[in-house]
Design a protein. Structure first.
Length: 116
């Protein structure tokens, strides 16, 4: 059973950077496609970025394109989301997601707050 634990969230000023990590255990993450989602207060959860098993294909929401980068280190069984040029509207709980053959796994989320 795959388990995911996010870390790296926090409070940052507008224009700053953060790197989120999603550490996997229980299975090799390189078998899974991965993604980052976020949910702001009062809003639905939205997709931020995703990557195929080899990260040869990545996609980004228009709102973060050019500012966020998804990557994975299969040796460390970890997925990252590098976030730069952060804006107050990026404030949300960020969730890591991994999926394979219809099975979906979620982390518990990490809070990112961007002050203006």
């Amino acid at each position: 059973q795959l388990q995911l634990v996010e870390s790296g969230g926090g409070l940052v000023q507008s224009g700053g950077s953060l790197r989120l990590s999603c550490a996997a255990s229980g299975s090799s993450l390189d078998r899974y496609a991965v993604a980052w989602f976020r949910q702001a207060p009062g809003k639905e959860r939205e997709g931020v970025s995703c990557a195929t098993t080899r990260s040869d294909v990545t996609n980004y929401a228009d709102s973060v394109k050019g500012r966020f980068t998804i990557s994975r280190d299969n040796a460390k069984n970890t997925v990252y989301l590098q976030m730069s040029s952060l804006k107050p509207e990026d404030t949300a709980v960020y969730y890591c997601n991994a999926h394979i053959l219809g099975r979906v796994y979620w982390g518990q989320g990490t809070q990112v707050t961007v002050s203006s």
